[in-house]
Design a protein around this ligand. Structure first.
Ligand code: AP5
Length: 215
């Protein structure tokens, strides 16, 4: 099964992706997680991506398309994938369509998580993320706190606030979303496998609705 998850920063794409991975035995391709790993490794692509990420801007389309194509062609995607945070521009969506065509792949469902900006800001300012680049588990000090304060339940690494999680940067990311990513909604929503989901509910309720759509 091949899925695309769309939605504003903080809409819950990462949280829902992790549940889809476990249920459908498919791979999460989070361009944000991949970029953060590169930043932490201080690689050349990571160093050039960091300035865009910290400013709440998008990393250039050609860099992202290269990352996605490499990942899609790896063996780990043989059973299917969830695109989490990609595509983010109409140029990326067109490039992605070309990658799929060249590799005889198709998309089974496009799911948009809808959430108001004030809830996004509340969720993102209270999010904590595992600092281990191989884990990057997501917590929330208000809704889903870790068992021990500041420590990841899964790998015991330190939990951090991401460098793009100040309220100013979150607002900039929302502006970027409305300017560059929202046009994707009209690009995709003529498809009969496009589903808009209310994300202002519990994770379990959201996931149950998605699971019913996919089964
Ligand atoms: P990326 O990492 O993709 O960030 P994002 O899209 O801004 O999304 P987030 O990871 O912030 O939020 P999410 O929707 O995954 O929400 P989460 O599940 O964590 O990208 C970061 C940066 O990288 C970009 O700004 C850009 O610079 C660059 N980049 C990445 N991809 C790119 C691309 N394709 N092109 C160009 N540049 C790119 O949930 C948020 C919080 O809410 C958590 O604390 C969670 O526990 C909590 N929560 C989730 N669901 C619920 C719920 N139902 N109820 C209560 N709390 C909830």
């Amino acid at each position: 099964m091949n899925l695309i998850l769309l939605g504003a920063p903080g809409a819950g794409k990462g949280t829902i992706s992790k549940k889809l991975v476990d249920t459908f035995n498919i791979v999460q391709i989070s361009t944000g997680d991949i970029l953060r790993k590169e930043v932490q490794a201080e690689s050349e692509p990571g160093l050039s991506a960091k300035k865009y990420m910290d400013a709440g801007d998008l990393v250039p389309d050609d860099v992202i398309l290269g990352i996605v194509e490499k990942k899609l062609l790896s063996d780990e995607c043989a059973n299917g994938f969830i695109m989490d945070g990609f595509p983010r521009t109409v140029t990326q969506a067109r490039g992605f369509a070309g990658i799929l065509d060249r590799n005889n792949m198709s998309i089974d469902a496009i799911i948009e998580l809808q959430l108001d900006d004030d809830v996004v800001i509340k969720r993102l300012t209270s999010r904590r993320t595992c600092s281990n680049p191989e884990c990057q588990a997501i917590f929330n000090i208000l809704y889903t706190p870790p068992e021990s304060e500041g420590v990841c339940d899964h790998c015991a690494s330190k939990l951090i606030q991401r460098s793009d999680e100040t309220e100013d940067t979150i607002r900039k990311r929302l502006d970027t979303y409305y300017e560059k990513t929202e046009p994707l909604i009209s690009f995709y929503n003529g498809n009969d496998f496009y589903y808009a989901i209310d994300a202002d509910r519990s994770v379990d309720d959201i996931f149950t609705e998605i699971e019913q759509l996919l089964l």
